[in-house]
Design a protein around this ligand. Structure first.
Ligand SMILES: [Zn+2]
Ligand SMILES: [Zn+2]
Length: 427
């Protein structure tokens, strides 16, 4: 089995694809290794073939999984303040939340930062080791389906940034000792991202289940909806709108996400309601020499700014205040323009949607920071940090806005009934 040796060059033959952000039917030319196809109308990624497509995801995934195991076994961080020491291992990262009655939040943090990434790595390793033996390994379809279901909820890199922010926050209070487990976690995060960016849904399904059944003659440069076909979100194949399930991956077929605007709008209203306790209640309680200090998200930012920690104050402000508000407002505006059937700036609005999908998860930084600080700063009466109720509300805001962005169908932006001159300039 030549797992680590490059095999003969792969390629993807010329094929038709529908853009999942603007519904345009595009003929993608034959792709060689290292090439990527972009939608000529909205700039969305239509598919790619990474260099060494059978080797790189496997090597990165194996390295990443080994690093994650090392990060859990080796010492992670320890601090020393006024003769008192405190240390934590990675598996203890959300343990204080668990013991302080924030069990659900603690489980969610463990899931996002290492359990789900570990599951995704195992699925990738299973698939790609299987590819060296079979064209399509047993259960490949189910494994691929689960892989892409879990991927949006993995936040290893967000947790890594949160640890760095926590370290800078603690630096002025205590001496920090960075253990080898911390460096293993950094390597795990980098290798994890490298493994996942080398995955392409279209290529995987082509390999596992072969090409889609033909759907008749289709016109390039026209919308799929107008030609009675749509994109399968499961495998990125072209499917007849009349089909209930995709013939290749069994994903449920809808021409558009059902009640997309209404469901997205309802979730945004929920996020707005949750945003109030997230900002008004304390997110962190610091007990020092018998005194308790309650800090809200904004209060923490102001305190950091006044202490002169400008970069950290900015990171927390951007991640915890600016990103959620921008995301909520952007999605409200997108819902409103789709409801009004606005035909203006369609490419710009599609880019805005892409950005909201990308940035949303980074708001979890502050919740992770609270978890790390609470796990690390356990020095009895000298100083101890506990999570506040706002941490739960804030995590809920992030999750609800992420689901809202997933439910919004960007193709509705391009379905606007009244194209005009400005729209023509958009292309
Ligand atoms: Zn497009
Ligand atoms: Zn499919």
């Amino acid at each position: 089995m030549s797992v680590f040796l490059p095999t003969k060059a792969e390629h993807i033959a010329s094929h038709e694809v529908i853009c999942h952000e603007c519904d345009l039917l595009v003929q993608v030319p034959r792709l060689q290794e290292g090439e990527q196809a972009l939608c000529p109308r909205c700039g969305n990624n239509l598919g790619m073939l990474p260099k060494y497509p059978l080797q790189r995801p496997l090597v990165y995934a194996l390295t990443s999984l080994i690093m994650l195991l090392c990060a859990n076994v080796l010492p992670f961080l320890s601090i020393n303040a006024k003769g008192m020491a405190s240390s934590m291992n990675l598996y203890q990262a959300a343990s204080v939340l668990f013991s302080e009655d924030y069990r659900l939040l603690s489980i969610a943090i463990y899931l996002c930062m290492q359990l789900l990434p570990a599951c995704c790595l195992l699925l990738v390793i299973y698939l790609y080791i299987g590819f060296h033996r079979w064209q399509s390994p047993p259960l490949a379809a189910s494994v691929t389906r689960w892989l892409f279901r879990l991927l949006p909820w993995t936040m290893a890199e967000v947790f890594m940034v949160a640890v760095l922010v926590s370290l800078i926050k603690i630096a002025s209070l205590a001496d920090i000792f960075i253990g080898s487990g911390f460096w293993c976690f950094c390597l795990f995060s980098v290798m994890y991202i490298k493994s996942m960016v080398h995955l392409d849904r279209g290529w995987l399904w082509l390999r596992i289940a072969g090409p889609m059944p033909p759907t008749g003659v289709l016109l390039q440069g026209k919308e799929g909806l107008a030609q009675g076909v749509t994109l399968c979100h499961g495998c990125h194949g072209i499917v007849d709108i009349g089909e209930a399930h995709c013939p290749r991956c069994q994903h449920v077929i809808h021409a558009r996400v059902p009640h997309s605007v209404e469901r997205c709008f309802a979730l945004l209203v929920t996020a707005c309601i949750l945003y109030l306790p997230a900002n008004l209640l304390p997110i962190m309680v610091t007990e020092s020499l018998g005194q308790s200090h309650y800090s809200t998200i904004l209060g923490g930012v102001v305190l950091l700014w006044n202490m002169g920690s400008y970069p950290i104050a900015l990171v927390i402000f951007i991640a915890s205040v600016l990103v959620p508000i921008t995301k909520i407002l952007a999605l409200f505006w997108l819902c409103y323009t789709v409801y009004r059937q606005d035909g203006h700036h369609r490419r710009g609005r599609t880019r805005l949607y892409r950005m909201t999908e990308f940035i949303g998860r980074w708001s979890m930084v502050d919740v992770f920071v609270v978890a790390v600080l609470a796990a690390l700063i356990r020095m009895g009466k000298l100083m101890s940090i506990y999570p506040g109720a706002a941490a739960v509300a804030f995590a809920a805001v992030v999750v609800v806005t992420m689901i809202a962005a997933m439910l919004f169908d960007p193709r509705l932006i391009w379905d606007a009934a009244q194209p005009n001159k400005e729209v023509e300039r958009d292309f």
